[in-house]
Ligand binder design. Structure first.
Ligand SMILES: O=C(O)CCC(=O)Nc1cc2ccccc2cn1
Ligand SMILES: [Mn+2]
Length: 264
């Protein structure tokens, strides 16, 4: 007999889904972060894990940190400590072959985010109008002490308001494997230490309210992240970028024009 499906998305009960969304709304308003365990259930979680493992083993991932900060005497790849991040990543749109389970996951997260964004009495979540997200970033920390330094996902209002991370690591024990996500919600003095447990989904505000780091991992650590945009903040960011581009293009065009003119 199959295990009674205790997951939120698998149990099919509308009531549990509403409760889940209410909890997320309450957590996001109180703490700026929310942790959901048993999101999809063991069976679905395993399908996603196996899909990610086969992507990784097919060598489809590349270094998260493209620009190494090499020290002249030692090539950058040799010195792991100097990296600001040790993850290997692969961006997944979802409709590529071999990504159907990652695609299913992002659809399930989408439905929760759009629901909590439109429910009544949803507090701060009601200030945003979430209509789109990034593609899914599948990340793997290959163990051996790889980490990610303290950082903010969206420090400059690029439009991203919610970070959603789904973890895939069965029987993760941070005491021996490390790999804790440490969020330092500001303002405040609390610290949230979150283990990257299998079938765990977390949400947190992407901006300066949530600086976070991944502590050194000593076992292969998989995570899938999607970022959700607020329509207004995103549009303003794109307009600023356009303005910047037109300025630099004008300067470039003027320089070119001067160069082109015959010596006066
Ligand atoms: O795996 C975790 O628990 C979180 C890891 C994490 O913060 N990843 C991450 C990855 C990023 C990749 C590109 C740009 C910004 C990024 C910000 N954060
Ligand atoms: Mn981050």
């Amino acid at each position: 007999i199959g295990l009674a499906d205790s997951s939120f998305m698998g149990s099919g009960s509308e009531r549990r889904y509403e409760d889940l969304c209410r909890n997320i709304i309450s957590d996001m308003n109180k703490y700026g972060l929310s942790v959901v365990d048993d999101f999809l259930g063991v069976e679905t979680g395993l399908k996603i894990l196996n899909e990610v493992r086969s992507m990784y083993n097919a060598g489809a991932f590349h270094d998260g940190q493209l620009v190494q900060n090499p020290t002249p005497d030692v090539p950058s790849s040799a010195v792991r400590g100097d990296k600001i991040r040790g993850d290997k990543i692969k961006w997944v749109g979802g409709n590529e072959p071999g990504c159907s389970n990652v695609w299913y996951l992002t659809n399930q997260i989408d439905s929760v985010v759009y629901r909590v964004n439109t429910m009544k009495d949803n507090g701060i979540l009601g200030n945003y109008h979430i209509r789109e997200r990034t593609r899914a970033m599948v990340a793997c920390y290959p163990g051996s002490g790889t980490h990610y330094v303290m950082h903010v996902d969206n420090p400059k209002k690029d439009g991203r308001v919610i970070t959603a991370i789904y973890y895939l690591n069965i029987n993760w024990d941070a005491r021996e494997s490390g790999g804790i996500l440490r969020i330092r919600p500001t303002p405040g003095t609390t610290v949230a230490d979150i283990e990257p447990k299998f079938d765990r989904l977390i949400f947190f505000w992407s901006d300066i309210r949530n600086p976070h780091e991944v502590q050194p991992a000593h076992r292969t650590r998989y995570a899938i992240t999607v970022w959700y945009f607020d329509a207004k903040e995103r549009e303003e960011a794109l307009n600023r970028a356009k303005l910047e581009n037109s300025k630099t293009n004008n300067v470039a065009a003027q320089v070119q024009a001067q160069q082109a003119e015959p010596d006066s």
